[in-house]
Design a protein around this ligand. Sequence first.
Ligand code: SF4
Length: 171
Amino acid sequence: MTRTQRQGGLTDGLREPACNSAEARLFFPVHGSALRDGQVRAAKGFCGRCRVREECLSMGMDESEGIWGGTTPAERRSLHVQIRRMRQDVTPTVTQVIAGAKVRVPHTERPAVVHRLLAMGWSVVRTAQALDLSPSEVEVARITAASVMSFAAAIARARRVDDGGVRPGRR
Ligand code: SF4
């Protein structure tokens, strides 16, 4: 999607994008260069108070350039990977852990496995012991899982709204 297309405006007539008042070039690299740190910080400042952030992120998830929904291209790539990891089927691993087997959970499966065990009512300490991790490692995995799922839910919500006829435009 080009900058011009994006400037169509992410609005449903009620909510205006926070970046409407900003320079469009703040959100995109200039002449193919990488986004600068200061530029990213300033752009994210707008996104942090934007009322159409979910729609913007949903629209920009596959974009390889620019800031969308408060994320950089690298952050969106990482989010894609983490969402895929959270969606992988970890049932075999969880079943083994419940059965008391000593399982070495790969780092990439850890948030999904921890999430499943905590959702079953296991405490952080019990989960840590079962997975041979420290409680703080379990806590990090729990926070990672929660934030990835919250991003995925926001994107799904925005896509449902979009399908329902509220067409987000972009700045
Ligand atoms: S880039 Fe997206 S999230 Fe950020 S202010 Fe603009 S419309 Fe909102």
